[in-house]
Design a protein around this ligand. Sequence first.
Ligand SMILES: NC(=O)C1=CN([C@@H]2O[C@H](COP(=O)(O)OP(=O)(O)OC[C@H]3O[C@@H](n4cnc5c(N)ncnc54)[C@H](OP(=O)(O)O)[C@@H]3O)[C@@H](O)[C@H]2O)[C@H](O)CC1
Ligand SMILES: [K+]
Length: 502
Amino acid sequence: MVKIFNVSQIKKIDGCTVINQGITSIDLMERASLAVAEKLIRFLDPDQCILVFAGTGNNGGDALAIARILLSRHFKLYVYIVAPDELFSDDCLVNKECLERLTDVKLIKENQDIPHIPEDCIVIDGLFGSGLNRPLEGVYLDVVTVINASHNKVYSVDMPSGMFVEDNASNNPEGIIKAEKVFTFQFPKLSLLLPDSANYCKKMTVVNIGLCEKCIKEEETDLFFIEKSDATQLPIPRDNFSHKGTFGKALLIAGSYGKMGAAVLSARACLRTGVGLLTMHVPRCGVDILQTAVPEAMVQADEFPENVSSVGDNIDQFAIGIGPGIGTDDKTKDLLSDLFDKYRKPMVIDADALNIIAGDESLKEKIPSKSIITPHPVEFDRLMGGVSINGYERLQKAGEFANRYDIYIVLKGAYSAIITPERKVYFNSTGNPGMATGGSGDVLTGMITSLLAQKYLPLNAAILGVYLHGLAGDLAAKSKSQQGMLPSDMIEYIGKAYRALK
Ligand SMILES: NC(=O)C1=CN([C@@H]2O[C@H](COP(=O)(O)OP(=O)(O)OC[C@H]3O[C@@H](n4cnc5c(N)ncnc54)[C@H](OP(=O)(O)O)[C@@H]3O)[C@@H](O)[C@H]2O)[C@H](O)CC1
Ligand SMILES: [K+]
């Protein structure tokens, strides 16, 4: 797992690296800058005009070092330092003086010094990084406004300038660089993983700068970024002598009139994820649909034609998933309440089941311990009874909710977050915007329920389910495009996603 740290932890690890590796801070800056420059060199066109905007701190120092390295590789550069008071950090000053020996470096001290930014150029943004401690104002705000208005591709060093590493609730949305890509050092930054960063960071690339592994190991955090190597360790190998009983029994309670597709998708995804036996509990109108569309599943018909209203006895033998397409009919509300009374093992709760819970406080108290709920942000806000001001606040609330009700929350998004009852957060690294379509969540519910049935611990079921779901989405997008892919395609790629983990 890659750890995610706050600013003071990053500073501490920096300092500790300098001591333990016997280097100076300028060596570390050079290493970081070289790592970013090498990435840029791979795709930048040497004939394109590149504008570098540096600040006066260490983020600026990085940008100036990157400019020097690019110049040595014959890129065409124009360099500006925004320095209203000309107070430079020591390492920034060293890099400024080095660069001034090679090229003209212009200072921007006030608004009138801001250059016209032509179209079709590239901007390298090194105004501010993790040292930002207040929203941008004055000439800094003006420079950011001009860069954003130029609509050129902007590559940011460490952070989009103007964006805080964690909470941006008090920030000025106009005072943040809109970056095409952010090359962030060593650790993903929390704010870059939250949905509010969509306008400011289209893509994040984590650049390894060789910080001291021992310091990283010793520094504690509750925030993690899931990598392939983490997911690879999770699948439970299949024993030669195993039989269908070995891989558990799942019961998916899904569907209502007009929403049987959700039941079909969750059923197929559950089976493709490896469950031994799947039973679908659906309204009577859905029996033929399920039996035809998913022959591998057994079907239990509800007594009602259009909605699910009750589940039978003997449900302890199953891992249960409830929600896809069930609607919020009163009969279905009764079912959920009854289910929570009867069944005390972890279950997967999604979609309309969450909307039902949102409308009834007493149901929250009854959610079985260690269950996994899988809301998207709107469902989560409904569950909280109010909209969060930003992704950071939503994450805090999710931590409190998970802790209070002793459950796991999969907060779906570009980097889906798995929040544990201990308030730890694991961000997923797979997936793409092609998955943002109706049915995608039903697939995830089926997958996680399947893993619970196969005796994965709830946390592992959530992590592996979310990772595989995203990976299947990535494989589907590769073959069918983000626009053309469907949740059904993702299901077809679950097998390949498993293979990719080998
Ligand atoms: N391990 C690493 O990640 C490494 C990171 N590096 C780079 O260093 C920066 C962080 O550098 P730092 O000098 O700490 O901070 P900044 O460059 O982001 O900011 C510089 C100073 O600017 C002042 N400040 C803050 N906010 C504002 C604002 N809104 N307007 C004007 N000025 C502002 C603040 O100083 P004050 O005294 O005014 O409080 C900042 O200190 C990191 O992002 C990386 O790029 C290293 O190069 C390698 C290791
Ligand atoms: K920056």
